[in-house]
Design a protein around this ligand. Structure first.
Ligand code: GLU
Length: 290
């Protein structure tokens, strides 16, 4: 970020359910940070997954955030309207020779993991986000790959982490508001899917492209995306995109220690509104779950 950059933050929900109190916390942190620095707060709708996202949830997002007292410029960027932009980024990585098609089903991956657990020294590696893809399709010969493509077997596209990391000459880092300089370790996530079988991009690819295009200077989001940031830093390097400053805030939890989830109907912003709580009581309510 240069001195002249205006602080720009974003709240980027997926309209796949109603927002909950944790979203209110995240949106308010972004909003208040932007206001404090004379900057701009924007909303981005992350709706690449057409099977899970619904227009009524998008409308509910605007209603909930408006009720919280937030305002934002319109029109709002919807990722589903920019598949061409993500396709260009994907093509760039492909031209660099950094992608490979992955034909695996969940079952293929499960079988591979079961097999390798019989030979634990060859076994799958666990990352902080679960099992790291055991690179089954990376081992296919060109002929095997060609055959599967010709047969029209659905495939995702994965980043070849080994090849990508060979391009990294010095450590990649980012600044985290809470914890300072962070050295990115993209290997934590392995060969991540950048274009899914059912749609031609992924959360990881779209988010770094959009944060760059929209001039986001500060990405303030939940701790659950901390490991994703390690991978996002690599994508920024490979695609020549800006690296924002990050902040990973704590997640709200229920009294029994579980993370709030979209399925927890009782603490959606909608249900909070309907229970007669007023927006100026939200901060106190958030504190109860922090
Ligand atoms: N769309 C993501 C979500 O709803 C958030 C993405 C981000 O903040 O980077 O969890």
């Amino acid at each position: 970020m240069t001195q002249s950059d205006k602080v720009t933050t974003r709240f980027a929900p997926s309209p796949s359910g109603h927002l909950h109190l944790g979203h209110a916390y995240s949106a308010k942190l972004n909003y208040e940070f932007a206001k404090k620095h004379g900057g701009e707060f924007i909303i981005r709708i992350e709706d690449i997954d057409h099977l899970r996202c619904k227009p009524e949830y998008e409308n509910a997002i605007y209603e909930d955030l408006g009720w919280l007292g937030l305002s934002w410029p319109t029109p709002v960027r919807r990722q589903s309207e920019h598949f061409d932009v993500y396709a260009d980024a994907l093509a760039k990585l492909d031209e660099m020779g950094l992608l490979y098609p992955c034909f695996c089903t969940r079952r293929d991956i499960r079988n591979e993991i079961e097999d390798s657990s019989r030979a634990p020294h060859l076994g799958p590696k666990m990352g902080p986000e679960g099992i790291i893809y055991p690179r089954i399709c990376k081992k296919l010969t060109s002929a095997e790959k060609r055959q599967k493509l010709d047969d029209g077997i659905p495939h995702a596209m994965r980043l070849d982490l080994e090849k990508a990391m060979a391009l990294v000459q010095e450590p990649l880092y980012w600044t985290d508001l809470g914890s300072g300089k962070q050295i990115a370790d993209p290997a934590l996530l392995g060969d991540v899917v950048l274009a899914r079988k059912d749609f031609p991009t992924s959360y990881h690819l779209s988010v770094v492209v959009d944060d760059h295009i929209q001039g986001i200077t500060h990405v303030i989001r939940g701790q659950d995306l901390y490991y994703a940031s390690h991978f996002h830093r690599l994508l920024q390097f490979l695609l020549g995109l800006d690296t924002p400053t990050y902040d990973h805030h704590p997640l709200l939890t229920t009294p029994d220690g579980n993370r709030l989830a979209k399925r927890d109907k009782s603490i959606t912003i909608k249900s909070i509104r309907e229970s007669g709580i007023s927006p100026d009581q939200i901060d106190d309510l958030i504190q109860e779950y922090l």
